[in-house]
Design a protein around this ligand. Structure first.
Ligand code: V07
Length: 255
């Protein structure tokens, strides 16, 4: 297994990394804020949508690698509730990406035993986007490998507000008492309900903030930030993040 990953590691880094990325203590849930697509395009004098297209092509590599490393859940922040403020042509283009991605990748995801999942509000997503994602969820629902959780039209405060509303409704219907509201119960009302919390959060492109992403679920998560723009992100960067995660958790993990 380890030998396989050495392909992804450049010569001068090879010795340290291959030794250090072990198959034990691989984070079980990795969440990624795939930032820097627009900046990548701007640097090349290309339209922002060219950056999004390039960013989409990185996803395959990371999904494959996550799956073979034995990661259980990969959450990808594809579109935030704030992203609607972008120019209409960019939003329209972004809303076509789930279809574009799935029309090519769905057969491979099925074959690789990946289970597609969605987190976010379906309200205000175009019907064609919902149809493509629903089809992928349906076709992969029996799969038992990597859970590929796309955050689409997702915002963490909205998610929490919705959870609070739904809990309040249960209380006023007499199905729940206020004293029964605890950590575990709140978990069940979030959009991640059946998922474990992320062990590792990766954010690309140099921004050191959460931007309304999984605020509740990231309470105990290790964070890894990099200046690398998402379209330039490689398997090697992913291994580096996991390596850092393993070093940090080894310090107080176990014994
Ligand atoms: C999007 C490409 C990756 C970089 C970040 C922003 C642009 C994949 C999807 C997707 C979503 C749901 C799904 C399958 C694929 C996607 C949007 C943007 C809106 F079921 N990439 N990608 N969706 N980008």
């Amino acid at each position: 297994m380890l030998e396989k990953f050495s392909n992804w590691i450049s010569k001068n880094e090879q010795e340290r990394k291959v030794e250090d990325v072990t198959i034990e203590n691989v984070p079980k849930h990795v969440a990624i804020i795939m930032d820097g697509n627009g900046r990548w395009a701007k640097k090349r004098g290309l339209p922002r949508i060219a950056g999004h297209r390039e960013g989409m092509s990185v996803i395959n590599k990371i999904v494959k690698q996550a799956n073979s490393l034995g990661i259980e859940v990969l959450t990808l922040y594809a579109f935030s509730t704030e992203n609607w403020k972008r120019p209409k042509n960019e939003v329209d283009f972004l809303m076509r990406l789930p279809e574009r991605y799935l029309s090519v990748e769905l057969p491979k995801l099925i074959e690789e035993n990946v289970k597609v999942r969605l987190m976010g509000s379906k309200d205000s997503l175009p019907a064609h986007t919902i149809a493509a994602v629903d089809n992928a969820i349906e076709k992969t629902k029996q799969n038992t490998g990597l859970v590929l959780n796309f955050a689409l039209n997702y915002g963490s405060r909205d998610e929490i507000v919705l959870a609070v509303q739904n809990i309040a409704k249960e209380v006023s219907a007499g199905k729940l008492t206020a004293d029964e509201i605890n950590d575990t119960l709140v978990d069940q009302y979030l959009m991640t309900n059946e998922l474990r919390d992320p062990d590792l959060l990766i954010r690309t492109s140099g921004e050191i903030r959460l931007s309304n992403f999984m605020l509740w679920q990231l309470a105990y998560t290790e964070f890894w930030f990099t200046d690398v723009l998402w379209p330039d992100f490689t398997e090697q960067h992913f291994l580096e993040a996991i390596n850092v995660y393993q070093q940090r958790t080894r310090r107080y993990g176990g014994i």
